[in-house]
Design a protein around this ligand. Structure first.
Ligand code: ADP
Ligand code: MG
Length: 400
């Protein structure tokens, strides 16, 4: 486990401290209020713990892409109501990030009070990771807590720079994410299976390259499986497929062979001639029997069964990407079935299961297993970069 400090490394009583806490409040909005407050719920424990231990808490967050200038529609004041509701506490909105207005507001806040500074991306120094800017933010705090794993793949002033000027700690949400990711690919219990699905091989090449050297079983699903099958000479008809990647796929298969990683491709699939819900042309067939006018839209029942058997022999699972076009019935069948197998194995205590990715999170929710996996990451881009084996600057700064 990489070494980083957590809130446990701080004194129990934080009276007199001013905690600058980087959070993710980039909430999806409609008509002026948030349509999903998962991100606020994720940082709630950290904010309430710091406040409860007596610190003055200043939340730092970006909101949308204002591109280095102020924009009233992208002020973090837009989310104050939603944040107050989730925290169950009043918060003071402070329409600045640095300088005397922030200093005065800190003076007004009492021990245990919570403030929210304005959109970090209003200032060009944020995305440029300008050390002078980071220092000016740091001037109004005494410690820095990063609880925004989802922004950790960016080296910005409030995700990386602040750690150079203040003692830095992982918040509870960041801590949970890092522990889960370490259990999945850092120092996992073996054998490890990785499920990689989704639309395109080209968007996940780096993920595949990294995983073949790390896991014992690489399960390929979704549109990616079509590209793998085609590269092996299978006729995939009208399926979503990147034929031009045949050489790349061959190289990945060779690397997997060398590393002792078994690559699992389906031997039966669900096909249709049109992409629609429950089409009349729906049928299941062997991968070698796909007709020229058919599309592969999901893995077949035999393949799904075989993959479930693979998971039963594994201790760890990391999953990114649905196995089929899960948004359309019945092409969610394999994804839902394998998700439920993984959930059951996790609940039995035989499997550590970690999943992430925008569509993956939606697919697992559709399967009703969100609460049954060991950990589901909602950190989109940061999760994928971690699956590629990248060092995330926001995480590295906490380890320094
Ligand atoms: P994530 O967001 O979890 O990283 P991706 O964005 O890579 O996942 O892929 C998800 C998309 O892949 C979904 O929209 C799904 O419909 C699509 N997909 C999966 N399998 C197929 C397939 N066989 N044919 C066409 N699209 C597919
Ligand atoms: Mg996606």
């Amino acid at each position: 486990m990489p070494k980083f400090k957590t809130l446990d490394d701080l004194p129990a009583d934080l009276t007199g401290e001013v905690a600058l806490v980087r959070v993710d409040l980039n909430l999806p909005m409609k008509d002026g209020s948030a349509t999903d407050v998962t991100r606020v719920e994720a940082v709630r424990p950290t904010i309430l713990e710091l406040a409860g231990r007596g610190a003055k808490v200043l939340m730092l967050a970006h909101f949308g892409r204002p591109g280095g200038q102020r924009s009233s529609m992208l002020s973090t004041s837009m989310v104050v109501g939603d944040v107050e509701e989730v925290l169950g506490e009043e918060i003071m909105f402070i329409p600045e990030l640095t300088g005397p207005v922030v200093a005065q507001s800190v003076g007004i806040l009492r021990s245990g009070d919570i403030g929210l500074l304005d959109n970090t991306r209003f200032w060009p120094g944020e995305e440029a990771n300008d050390p002078n800017f980071a220092q000016a933010i740091a001037a109004n705090g005494t410690l820095y807590v990063n609880d925004a794993f989802s922004a950790a793949h960016r080296a910005h002033a409030t995700t990386e720079g602040l750690a150079q000027f203040l003692p830095a700690y992982a918040g509870r949400s960041m801590e949970a994410e890092l522990k889960a990711l370490d259990a999945a690919l850092g120092t996992p219990q073996q054998p490890v299976a990785a499920v990689v699905g989704g639309a395109k091989v080209s968007s996940k090449l780096a993920v595949l390259e990294h995983l073949v050297g790390k896991v014992q079983h690489l399960i390929i699903g979704g549109g990616m499986a079509n590209t793998f099958l085609a590269a092996r000479g299978v006729n995939v008809g009208k399926s979503l497929c990147e034929h031009e990647l045949a050489d790349t796929v061959a190289r990945i298969m060779d690397e997997a062979d060398l590393a002792g990683c078994t690559v699992h491709l389906p031997y039966d699939v669900v096909v249709a001639t049109e992409f629609a819900a429950n089409p009349a042309s729906l049928r299941t067939c062997n991968v070698h029997e796909v007709a020229a006018d058919e599309m592969i839209l999901d893995l077949g029942p035999q393949a799904t069964e075989a993959l479930a058997d693979v998971l039963k022999t594994c201790r760890t699972l990391v999953w990114n990407g649905p196995l089929g076009a899960f948004e359309t019935e019945p092409f969610d069948t394999a994804t839902v079935a394998l998700a439920r197998t993984a959930a059951a194995l996790t609940q039995d205590g035989s499997l550590i299961s970690v999943a992430g990715g925008g569509d993956t999170v939606a697919a697992l929710a559709q399967a009703g297993v969100t609460g049954d996996f060991t950990y589901i990451s909602t950190a989109g881009g940061a999760f994928l970069e971690w699956m590629e084996g990248c060092v995330l600057p926001g995480v590295a700064a906490l380890e320094a």
